[in-house]
Design a protein around this ligand. Sequence first.
Ligand SMILES: [Fe+2]
Ligand SMILES: [Fe+2]
Length: 168
Amino acid sequence: MISEKMVKALNDQINAELYSAYLYLAMSADFKSKNLEGFANWMRVQTKEEMAHAMKFFDFIVERLGKVELEAIKKPQAGWPSPLAMFEAAYKHEQFITDKINKLVELAQSEKDHAMESFLKWFVDEQVEEEASADKIVQQLKLVKDSAGSLLMIDHQLAKREFNSPAK
Ligand SMILES: [Fe+2]
Ligand SMILES: [Fe+2]
């Protein structure tokens, strides 16, 4: 069994992960409208990752005999001024998610819920990767500035990203 407080916090995290999926899908749409297919693909793959994150929390709540309760998902921004602005927003968002994961870990520790703490370890590691991959693209975009040729080269690179379902 799992405490009510924990179930509430985990349900909130499902919502945050689904919002992440929604945010990246909005970014994918914005890139599509700008004909940056590779960037759009990267964001679409990220959307799938976020859905998978949400499902991991969903399954964990069910497994621990808690009740999943879904809340409304906030409307994401529809457009951004530039690819750099978009990836800066993505990076900032991942920092926000990392903070939420850390708070969940602290809650698990305060309630001495070792199963929960062990489950969250995967997310602690994942957030390191999430921040690093968004930041890498921020740095690349800063480097190329307004060079259309270089932007298309990055676009070509990001077109190769494929979705790998995270280990259970
Ligand atoms: Fe996530
Ligand atoms: Fe990831």
